[in-house]
Design a protein around this ligand. Structure first.
Ligand code: HEC
Ligand code: HEC
Ligand code: HEC
Ligand code: HEC
Ligand code: HEC
Length: 396
């Protein structure tokens, strides 16, 4: 018995989330500005900087919804989601004691409430999330993500891509997952996101088709020459380095969608064959559930439209009570609507009789109608369509 307890103890010591407090001098990106201004500015505009309750309407509405439907306290849900959305939180789970305190409104001065109000987490996924990762436990169970998959460095030690960097402000250490093997860093969180029912609704790691390009090549731009720090450390001059952007642009940036997929339209008798191919190494849409592709077909006679049709490619989620729900409460989903990584999907639609030509347009939307209305999302960004590509053909 003692032996088993000991093994369990070692196991949890190895893989359990261990909190390391971050010294105030490093907590916020503000304190990096003096020497890394450009990087801080790029990161500020990224969605990693908005990954927390206060800054993302969709996340906030989802957390509120999960709390309401599961009757868990709001803070307990916040802590759960912080696993990936806010990994420097100083508490990693809450438990039944906290639920009782919360119901009786005795939780005001509790560690959980203090942690959630702390300045240390007000920036979501900031510099000291990625650059304070010491080890990534790839050998751990694949459901362990975010905070449960990493160990932190001592406060003040930054891990980075270079093996010869020196800084007067902080210690530096090179890590492979900051340079050659950086996909491993992204997969700490961009994989295996599952619902309260244990249903995995997204897994970028299992769908990823590895090729020449890594995540950072497309989402932090190609390497270019510049400076990593604006401090004259190279014999009184700025040190030239290969650097990348910290913009992490993705689905929320409409310009990124231009030509992200390819579209081919062919006539086959009385039908149209719409072939959508995906040259990217992960599915599209991917990542978060409830994303959507929209196909708009306009049948024309000369220049005037005689008929139009809209097709939605998305996933719909069902709760254990058989109701439409959001990914985080799903027990199951409809067949995956996304275009597979490096693959294609062909859709057949009947041609409108009187038409002489047809125009097909492809768009992307961050949230489908169903989830947008369940969560009552108000901001324009969630319903806005980003243009991907279009194609016109004459009909025989
Ligand atoms: C989501 C993870 C992530 C976050 C957040 C992040 N970085 Fe990085 N950073 C990286 C990766 C990955 C690289 C290495 C890219 C490469 O060379 O392939 C890097 C590289 C760097 C470098 C080396 C120079 C360069 O641009 O390549 C510096 C300096 C740096 N980061 C500072 C910061 C600062 C300051 C912040 C906060 C404003 C920050 N990083 C936030 C992942 C992150
Ligand atoms: C007083 C200036 C200064 C401040 C403030 C500063 N740094 Fe640095 N940092 C540097 C210098 C200098 C380097 C080395 C650059 C080089 O070798 O090209 C560096 C390098 C880095 C690297 C790359 C390390 C490597 O080995 O690849 C990271 C990551 C980094 N800093 C993160 C941060 C973060 C995060 C903060 C804020 C909490 C911060 N720095 C604040 C001066 C500073
Ligand atoms: C600590 C967890 C974590 C790590 C590590 C991480 N991400 Fe993220 N990432 C997130 C979360 C959470 C979001 C969603 C934020 C939001 O929309 O509120 C996100 C969003 C994104 C987006 C979408 C941005 C948009 O505009 O749609 C991209 C692209 C992205 N991450 C790329 C990367 C890359 C590349 C890496 C590896 C260098 C990485 N991430 C590492 C958690 C992480
Ligand atoms: C060859 C380039 C390429 C590589 C490599 C790549 N992506 Fe993407 N990714 C894209 C494109 C193009 C899109 C669609 C437009 C956009 O959102 O940028 C996209 C979209 C995304 C989105 C938003 C998905 C959605 O449907 O809303 C996330 C998150 C993301 N990528 C993360 C990653 C991560 C993590 C990796 C590494 C495992 C990665 N990407 C590798 C090109 C790439
Ligand atoms: C395993 C890590 C992980 C956990 C745990 C997690 N998320 Fe996320 N979440 C992500 C990543 C990575 C993204 C970005 C994916 C993308 O943009 O495609 C994301 C994106 C989202 C988005 C989309 C935000 C946007 O701006 O479009 C919502 C909403 C969301 N998560 C809600 C939640 C809620 C609610 C919880 C807790 C019940 C939670 N997440 C827990 C990793 C996680």
């Amino acid at each position: 018995m003692k032996f088993i307890v000991l093994i369990l103890f070692i196991w949890s010591a190895l893989f359990g989330a261990k909190v390391v407090a971050v010294d105030e001098r490093f907590q916020q990106s503000q304190s990096c500005k003096a020497c890394h201004l450009q990087i801080v500015k790029e990161w500020e505009d990224s969605w990693h900087a908005k990954s927390h309750y206060e800054s993302d309407e969709y996340l906030r509405a989802s957390i509120d919804f999960v709390s309401r439907k599961t009757r868990k306290s709001l803070n307990a849900v916040k802590v759960e989601c912080a696993t990936c959305h806010n990994p420097r939180l100083s508490v990693t789970n809450t438990g039944i004691d906290y639920e009782i305190m919360a119901v009786m409104e005795l939780d005001k001065g509790s560690l959980v409430n203090k942690a959630l109000k702390s300045d240390a987490i007000s920036e979501g996924i900031n510099c000291v999330v990625c650059h304070n990762i010491n080890t990534i436990h790839d050998e751990a169970d694949e459901t362990k993500r975010g905070i449960n998959r990493v160990e932190w460095t001592k406060s003040g030690t930054m891990t980075g891509p270079y093996d010869d960097a020196k800084s007067p402000y902080h210690k530096v250490e090179h890590r492979d997952f900051m340079s050659n093997n950086s996909d491993k860093l992204c997969f700490v969180c961009h994989a295996n996101d599952k619902s309260t029912e244990g249903f995995v609704f997204t897994n970028m790691q299992s769908e990823f088709v590895a090729g020449e390009k890594k995540c950072v090549d497309c989402h932090m731009g190609e390497k270019k020459m510049g400076v990593a720090a604006t401090l004259k450390i190279d014999n009184g001059k700025l040190k030239q380095r290969e650097i990348r952007e910290h913009s992490f642009s993705g689905g929320h940036t409409p310009a990124m969608w231009q030509d992200a997929l390819a579209l081919d339209v062919q006539q086959e008798g009385k039908d149209l064959l719409l072939a959508i191919s995906n040259p990217q190494p992960h599915n599209i849409p991917s990542g978060f559930g409830s994303r959507e592709l929209i196909i708009e077909i306009s049948y024309k006679k000369g220049f005037s439209e005689v008929e139009s049709k809209t097709i939605s490619l998305t996933n719909h989620y069902t709760s254990k009570r058989d109701k439409a729900t959001i990914p985080h409460l799903a027990e199951s989903s409809t067949k995956d609507g996304s275009i597979p990584a490096k693959g294609k999907k062909v859709i057949k639609v009947a041609i409108e009789k009187n038409a002489t030509n047809v125009e097909v347009k492809l768009f992307y939307r961050l949230v489908n109608d169903e989830v947008r209305s369940l969560l009552e999302l108000k901001e324009a960004i969630w319903s806005q369509k980003s243009f991907i590509t279009s194609k016109s053909i004459n009909l025989k």
